[in-house]
Design a protein around this ligand. Sequence first.
Ligand code: HEM
Length: 404
Amino acid sequence: MAVPVGTGFDPADPAILRDPYPSYAWLLRNDPVHRGANGVWYVTRYDDVRTVLGEPRFGRAGIRDLWATLVGPGPLSEVLRHTIFFQDDPDHARLRALIGPAFTPRLIRTMQARIDENARDLLRPLRARGRMDVVDDFAYPLALATISTLLGMPAKDRDALRAWSVAIAPTLDLLAGPDEIARGQVAMGEFAAYLTELIGDRRAHPGEDLISAMIAATTGRDPITTDALIGTAVALVFAGHDTVTNQIGNSVLALLRHPRQLALLRAEPGRLPAAAEECLRYDSSVQSNSRRIAADLELSGTKLRQGDLVVALAGAANRDPAQFTEPDRFDIGRAEGPPLSFGAGMRFCLGALLARMELKAALRELTGLTGLRLAVADGELVYRRSTMFRGVVSLPISYAAGAP
Ligand code: HEM
């Protein structure tokens, strides 16, 4: 399979949603800065992807304007225009300086113990069943518990958080339809009202959570506004839980498809950190990020014009043979890196440490199950309909039922 001559790469093509890697290999070999469907540029080489993702010349404000036109007026654009994802410098740098320091090593260390405990608690009742859906039964609850604990949201509110997330997530993709947008607007209105109350409470009664930490870190010098806090909390919920859920699913699937690597990890648990990195490289839950160019520039000899849209395909860069030997081989012993799954430079993922902790906790628990195997035929797995995020809708596995 390759990119059909004349039509250009289209990440929304169902065959590419299912398996983009043969097309990435074609692009890497034949047309690394490729003009694809709708005149969008697709960038695949490791060095070019790192440049596009990490440098201010490739902006996000233009993407915010495109997206705001797609969803129209209402709570979605009112809230999301304040998020860090849609800012260029100097606003991006200012917001990053406000949010970044709140991710203190102390807070993250506290999270480590809670994540490990949550993963163990989630698995206990599932052990006895001998069967589960990794996505719904394990990965999603783990990621949701982590992000809501981090933000200091009470456990009783998780169902509401999940319902809002499910309604809002499809509107973040350029494939969103009018019904999805209408549902997303309602959900965002409710979510923002909930957050306004939560933030008011944290201002009055600070706790050991990220919202309290952001308020404390900015009190006195450049106080963070409630709008910026709401935008940030929403950004963190979205940046930090679908991504992790999908990454756990993709990683378990990669191990199930490579039983010798799974056996090696089970035999030598010390390989867990390297295995997690290889899972992130081999099948990242974030495949791409888009930018709009504010002024003409040249990328690896190709001229790009002001206003052009550029999609940096980290999923392809992670398979660039110039960076990774035999890139299509899944090898938990690999010591090359880093993958570009968490982005690069000025926008490098603020939650990377936390995401790695969650992924390792999930893999530790799940690979410990005896007789672990896929409970449906591989061909029956369905991928989410998203050009940016990659993950299976559900991942049924079976294993020897054990004591809870
Ligand atoms: C496997 C899980 C995750 C993946 C693959 C991932 C990936 C990414 C990527 C690629 C970016 C850069 C976006 C761009 O360049 O446009 C990013 C940014 C970001 N991520 Fe993550 N992420 C993950 C988990 C998390 C978690 C758990 C959190 C928070 C708790 C988080 C918070 C953020 C934030 C705040 C940014 C914006 C940074 C900025 O613009 O300066 N992410 N992430």
